[in-house]
Design a binder for this molecule. Sequence first.
Ligand code: SAM
Length: 271
Amino acid sequence: MAEVAVSQGGWNPTQYDRFKDERRQPFFDLAALVLPSESGSPGPRVADLGCGSGELTAWLHQELGAAETVGVDSSEAMLAQSEAHVRPGVRFERMDILEATEAYAGQFDVVFSNAALQWITGHESLIPRVARLAKPGGQLAVQMPANGGHVSHRTAAAVAQEEPYRGALGGWLREDPVQAPDWYASLLHREVGAAEQRVYLEVYGHLLPDTRAMVEWVKGSLLTAYLARLPEGLRQPFVERYTERLLEAAGEQAPFFYPFPRVFLWARLPS
Ligand SMILES: C[S@@+](CC[C@H](N)C(=O)[O-])C[C@H]1O[C@@H](n2cnc3c(N)ncnc32)[C@H](O)[C@@H]1O
């Protein structure tokens, strides 16, 4: 079984929020998959893995009528924003998701993760490990972008293989660990023993003002992994070269249609 590995990203909440509405919709769609607690029972205990700035974690807490929600994230910059969203029952911890799977095993009714697990490789062992954060009968809800084959991602890998970036990155390329939906369905059945599951791919169509807007989008996510590994002096040239190659490959269009596939996983663990 492949080992899990964490990808370090230089997260910037301001850049990430430039496409706030587009990035929020999958979070709301994922939350809608979570079944409500039985009436009369206290609200669920919820984990939000890779919670980012915490604003949506606080929304999730209220939406699920949770008794307690713990947001976990490893980025200091993202978590600095979460202080504004601390309230009774909602707290945040600066912790790696892998560390959380050890520290909190079996403690949650709902294990939720939106747009974060694609940053950790080795999903064959990661997903069961994350699922084990849930109590027996608890729910797992995960959403991950599955756009590794898009020109926006292929171009980043192509630029990273050009000098001087290749040398500066030591040949590092971002590995996309996200698999096809049926692969996750089999994994949830085989390794998690899911009593019920719902797994699907949804393509979100984003109409951006022009092709260059795709650079701003990707600067808030994928490119952070490359930029965090490059020395300061090569970061801006990397973005410029990326823009040049992306415009060549995708063409200058206004508006630009950016199809964005995302994999959704929901499962109920055996009781
Ligand atoms: C794309 S943002 C998503 C934030 C939030 N879940 C949302 O839906 O807006 C991904 C977040 O995952 C966090 N992250 C990535 N890998 C992580 C890891 N191994 N442990 C903890 N957090 C991680 C990043 O720091 C970042 O805040």
